[in-house]
Ligand binder design. Structure first.
Ligand SMILES: O=C(O)CCC(=O)C(=O)O
Ligand SMILES: [Fe+2]
Length: 218
C-alpha cells in the first residue's frame, strides 16, 4: 500500500466517494496506515480541485472533539445575550443588503431580484485563501461545488477533511490549480456546524505566478 503512487489523474479507489458516504463505511483496509488518502472529486488536472482527505493521521475521535468544542462554543449560556444581539444584527444587515441589491437592479431597469436570485445565504464563491481545510458537520451536509455547470453536494464523510484550493493558489500557479466555486445550502431544520481553516498569504505580501510557470502562452 505504501508504494501506491498518488496521481492527480484519479485515485485507484475500490469504492467511489458516494458509495462510502451512502453506506457510512470506513475506508477499505488497503487505505489503513497510508499517510494521506485523497479522494479527488474533480480529478482532471487543471480543473478545479476539491479534495476529501481521509486517513490523514488525525483520529476520528479527535475530529469529533473539535466538533464538540465548536458546538459548545455556540451553546455557551453566558454568550446568550451577545448571541441574540449578533443574531438580530445579522438579520438587519441581511435586510439592508437585500434592499441594496434590489435598488441596484432597479437602477439598471432590471427586475428587482436579478442579482439576489443568483445566491442563497452563502453565495457562490471561491475562497481567497491559498488553501482551505474544512471539517464538515458529521451529519448535516450543505456544501456544494460546481462541476460541469451543475451543483454537486459534497457527501458527509465524518473522518474526512475537505481540502479546497483558493484564489491565491490560482494566482501563484498561474491558473494551473484552479479554485472551485462553492456555496453552502442552508437548512432550517438542522443545525450545521463546520470548522474552517483558511490559510492565507499575509495581507501586505504581494503574490504572483511562480516564475517557471510563466511562458508565452500563459
Ligand atoms: O460551511 C462550509 O462548509 C463552507 C463555508 C465556506 O465556504 C466559507 O466560509 O468560505
Ligand atoms: Fe468558501
Amino acid at each position: 500500500m505504501t508504494g501506491m503512487p498518488l496521481s492527480l489523474h484519479g485515485f485507484p479507489l475500490r469504492k467511489s466517494v458516494q458509495e462510502i458516504s451512502v453506506n457510512g463505511d470506513e475506508p477499505s483496509p488497503e487505505f489503513h496506515g497510508f499517510p494521506l488518502v485523497l479522494l479527488i472529486f474533480l480529478h482532471q488536472f487543471q480543473s478545479p480541485l476539491l479534495i476529501l482527505a481521509i486517513g490523514q493521521g488525525i483520529s476520528n475521535s479527535f475530529l469529533n472533539k473539535v466538533r464538540g468544542v465548536a458546538k459548545q462554543f455556540f451553546q455557551l449560556p453566558q454568550e446568550e445575550k451577545q448571541k441574540e444581539v449578533l443574531h438580530e444584527y445579522s438579520i438587519k444587515l441581511k435586510q439592508l443588503v437585500d434592499l441594496l441589491f434590489k435598488a441596484m437592479a432597479k437602477s439598471l431597469a432590471f427586475e428587482e431580484n436579478s442579482f439576489s436570485d443568483q445566491f442563497g445565504d452563502n453565495p457562490p464563491h471561491s475562497d481567497r485563501s491559498w488553501i482551505t481545510v474544512l471539517l464538515q458537520d458529521e451529519q448535516v451536509e450543505g456544501l456544494q461545488f460546481v462541476k460541469d455547470e451543475k451543483w454537486i453536494t459534497v457527501p458527509v464523510i465524518p473522518h474526512a477533511l475537505v481540502v479546497n484550493l483558493g484564489d491565491q493558489m490560482l494566482i501563484m500557479s498561474n491558473g494551473i490549480f484552479k479554485s472551485p466555486v462553492h456555496r453552502v445550502v442552508t437548512n432550517t431544520d438542522k443545525l450545521r456546524i463546520s470548522v474552517a481553516m483558511f490559510n492565507e498569504v499575509e495581507p501586505e505580501k504581494e503574490i504572483g505566478p511562480v516564475e517557471g510557470l510563466i511562458d508565452e502562452n500563459r
